[in-house]
Design a protein around this ligand. Sequence first.
Ligand SMILES: Cc1ncc(COP(=O)(O)O)c(C=O)c1O
Length: 487
Amino acid sequence: MAKPWTVLLRASFRDDADLPRYMQIAHGLIHEIERGRLLPGEYLPSSRDLATALAVNRKTIVTAYEELIAQGWLVSGGTRGTMVSTSLPSAESIAPAPLAAPFGDTEYPFLGPPDRPIAIAPGTWRKLDEGVPDGRLFPADPLARAYRKAVEQASRDNGLGYRDPRGLPRLRQEIAEMLRRQRGLMVTADHICITRGSQMGVFLTARVLIRPGDAVLVERLTHEPAVAAFRACGAKIVTVGLDEDGIDVADVERQCRRHRVRAIFVTPHHQFPTTVSMRPERRLRLLELARQFAFAVIEDDYDHEFHFGAQPLLPMASYAPARVIYAGSMSKLLVPALRIGYIAAAPQVIDALAYQISLIDGMGNSVTEDAAAELLATGEVRRHVRKTAQIYAARRDAFARSLEQEMADLVDYRLPDGGLAFWLRFRDIAALDRMEARAPEFGLSFASSHSYAADDSAERGLRIGFASLTEEEAREVLRTLRRCADK
Ligand SMILES: Cc1ncc(COP(=O)(O)O)c(C=O)c1O
């Protein structure tokens, strides 16, 4: 008599639940009908048998059955007992198939398997990054104080409700001021939209600029998440060359003559992944082409603060504000976990982005935004950057020394003037293949050398962040990488 579902019914009893036991049984039975384990027309055990199987009072079962009869799930079958109503839809039509995908991915294209991994691989491996700050140096106490202040203040001001989708005005003002003073952008808060990381800013920019089939130019080696965002918005990706001075502007012109180009994505300050700065004459030529062929320049200035050599060039957005959509981030300035990025652009673009945000999550995280504004306003961010820039400059030099020791015969590289990573080019691609194949055995994981290539002709290399590694850690990592590459 004790069918498997009676065992499951019993297992689902919760003594701490507010629901009376007869209701728990009624819900359990509905669940079994929905799952198709109890079929229309099927008789249920007698109230006495089920009471014994579930170790409850018979009255409890009678009450549960009566409730379900009243709701139309069960019907009384006279002397034969109580059965599942035959006027319910068939089990197949109401029960979700437990293992098969519920929707065909041809009808719902975004339900298919993702084009790229969506999660960071779990495991106890040492994960080498592509240039993130050392979270251990993060000013946790000032941030905690800033959060406390933000919550208390917002509560006092009744400011914990829904707010402007462009972001908290205070943070937009602080960021506008930072961009004006330190990067030469002529912006006010009206030119700023806060996003959850600059990746969201790039994605939303693609949403508002791109129609399916429009061409977006990217350098042959580039930041793959940006390319994925453009593709997700229907863009046709067209690649252009790059060299030691940045993007190949003649190639940009050639592609503009072939395709209807809507936008170009560039990282002129420190090219991702190769770290080179785009030379001034190329920046100017690129902007001329943007005017001539009427495309937008999406300038991703993800790690502006960390520049160790001469004074960095000003962003392109500082001298061509109408053509450039400027994406910035606090992921390198502070840490990625804060998820604070921003777009600086003409107010018309900002409003279009804010409309997209209003569709997605209504607004950002105003408490985090206020805490970040506090860190900017009190000078905490400036002090943190000053301190970490010195540490990272020393780590860059130490990393280079270890590279010389461990891999001088395998790789070519330039000491990066700024940013938080090295770009390693391999003299013998077989050594790179060995390194990638054997890294898991040695407990290392890092972004694939294929992930930077936007087309098949792009050279493969590794981008390894140095800022998050102490001198000793870097030495150990490079020694291990070397062992992975050895025959
Ligand atoms: C090229 C580039 N852009 C932007 C970002 C920052 O992304 P987010 O602000 O979404 O954390 C990164 C981070 O690694 C990056 O490498």
